[in-house]
Design a binder for this molecule. Structure first.
Ligand code: PLP
Length: 379
C-alpha cells in the first residue's frame, strides 16, 4: 500500500479531469490556429477554458495566458519585466521556489538587474517593514516578487499587505501562487497583484500546463518567440488537452474548496497532534498557526542514527514524502529554504503534504513507522 503524503510536489489526476481531456487527445486533434472546423473546435475549447480560469479569480479572459508550467509563467514575468517593462530592480526573498530564485539570479547576472532580498524570520515570514525600507531607498523601476505560500514549509504571506506596500511605492507586484491557487479563494479585483501564476498538477490536474494572470495595465512580453499564440504572449502550439484539464480541475477544486479544506486540515492537525503526543523532541518548520498552508506540515526531527536515512526508510514502507522541495529532491544540496530559517543543520526536515484523498488511517500508518525510528515520549 502506498501512502501519498507529497501533494505539494504533485497531486493525483482526477478521473473527471481525465474524461474531460480524453476527446482532445483523440478525436479533437485540430491545431487551434487553423480555420477549418477541426481547428475551430479546439480553439473554442481553449477560449472556454480561459473564461473558466478568469472567472475563478475574477479576472478578464484576456488577462490569462496558458503556459507549459508555472516555472514558465514565472520566467515570463521576471524576464519580461526586465526586458520589456523597464524594470531595473527586483526585490524578492531568499525562500522563493528555484524557478523564481534562479530566474532572478539570471536577471542579475545576465541582464544587469539590481537585486535585493527581503529579510525573513525564523518561520520564513517576509519582513514587510524591510520591504518598505527597500522600496523607499530607490527610485528605480522595481518589481517585487514574493510567493503567496512557501511550498516547503507552508508559511503564507499577507499578500494584500505586501501588494499595498508595492502600490504605495509604485512597484509592480508578482506573487507565485502555485501552492494557493485552487486551494484558497483569490480575487484579483480585491488583491493588489499585477501577476500571479498557477500549475494544474498541484490541484489534481495534468502536468505540463500552467497559467499566468497578468493585470491588463501591467504588460510584459514573451521571452519565447515564434507564432502568435496566446495573443503573442506565448508562442507554440497550445496544449489543448492540458488546458481543458486544468480548467476542469480548477473548477472542481473551487466548487469543493471549503469542504476539502476542512478535511485536509483535520488530517494535518491529527498528524501534528499525533507527532507531538507520541514522539520526543518534535519541532515544525514554518508557521504553525493559520498563516500556514493547510496542505503542508514540515516536521523537524531530532538527529538520530537512523534519521539521515529517514526518507529512504519511509520509501521502503511505501510512504511518499519529501526532504525539502520535491523539485530539488535527489540533489545533494540541502534545502535553501530550511537554510534561510537558520535552523539547526543536524535536525532532519521532512515535508508531509496532504490532499482530499488522505485519511487519518494513513497518518496512523506513518506514525507506526516513525515510532520505529525515533524515541517515544516518556509519560
Ligand atoms: N512555484 C512553486 C511554489 C512550486 O511549488 C512549484 C512546483 O513545485 C513551482 C513554482 C513550479 O511549478 P511547475 O511544476 O508548474 O513548473
Amino acid at each position: 500500500m502506498i501512502v501519498y503524503f507529497d501533494n505539494a510536489a504533485t497531486t493525483a489526476l482526477e478521473e473527471e479531469v481525465v474524461q474531460a481531456m480524453l476527446p482532445y487527445l483523440t478525436e479533437h486533434y485540430g491545431n487551434p490556429s487553423t480555420l477549418y472546423s477541426l481547428g475551430r473546435t479546439t480553439r473554442a475549447a481553449i477560449e472556454e477554458a480561459r473564461k473558466t480560469m478568469a472567472k475563478l479569480i475574477n479576472a478578464q479572459p484576456g488577462e490569462i495566458t496558458f503556459t507549459s508550467s508555472a516555472t514558465e509563467a514565472n520566467n515570463t514575468v521576471l524576464k519580461g519585466a526586465v526586458l520589456y517593462a523597464g524594470v531595473e530592480r527586483i526585490i524578492t526573498s531568499p525562500t522563493e521556489h528555484h524557478c523564481v530564485g534562479h530566474t532572478v539570479e539570471f536577471c542579475r547576472d545576465y541582464l544587469h538587474t539590481e537585486v535585493e532580498y527581503v529579510r525573513v524570520d525564523k518561520n520564513g515570514n517576509a519582513d514587510l517593514e524591510h520591504l518598505s525600507q527597500l522600496l523607499a531607498a530607490s527610485d528605480k523601476k522595481t518589481l517585487v516578487s514574493l510567493m503567496h505560500a512557501n511550498n516547503e514549509i507552508g508559511t503564507m504571506l499577507d499578500i494584500e499587505q505586501a501588494g499595498n506596500i508595492c502600490r504605495q511605492y509604485g512597484a509592480l507586484f508578482h506573487s507565485d501562487t502555485v501552492q494557493t491557487f485552487a486551494h484558497f479563494p483569490i480575487d484579483v479585483q480585491q488583491l493588489p497583484v499585477d501577476f500571479i501564476v498557477g500549475s494544474a498538477h498541484k490541484f489534481h490536474g495534468p502536468k505540463g500546463i500552467g497559467f499566468l494572470y497578468m493585470r491588463k495595465q501591467s504588460k510584459v512580453a514573451s521571452f519565447i518567440h515564434g507564432g502568435g499564440q496566446e495573443r503573442g504572449m506565448r508562442a507554440g502550439t497550445e496544449n489543448v488537452a492540458g488546458i481543458v484539464g486544468m480548467a476542469t480541475a480548477a473548477k472542481k477544486a473551487y466548487d469543493h474548496l471549503e469542504a476539502d479544506k476542512a478535511h485536509i486540515l483535520s488530517v494535518k492537525n491529527y498528524f501534528k497532534e499525533s507527532l507531538l503526543s507520541t514522539l520526543e523532541d518534535i519541532d515544525f518548520n514554518g508557521n504553525t498557526d493559520d498563516r500556514s498552508l493547510y496542505t503542508v506540515l514540515n516536521v523537524s526531527f531530532p538527529p538520530s542514527d537512523k534519521s539521515a536515512l529517514l526518507l529512504f526508510l519511509l520509501d521502503l514502507a511505501g510512504i511518499c514524502c519529501s526532504g525539502g522541495s520535491a523539485c530539488g529532491s535527489g540533489a545533494a544540496a540541502g534545502s535553501h529554504v530550511i537554510q534561510a530559517l537558520g535552523k539547526d543543520p543536524d535536525r532532519v526536515s521532512i515535508r508531509f503534504s496532504f490532499s482530499k484523498y488522505n485519511t487519518r488511517e494513513e497518518v496512523d500508518i506513518v506514525m507506526e513507522k516513525l515510532k520505529e525510528t525515533f524515541a517515544s515520549r516518556k509519560e
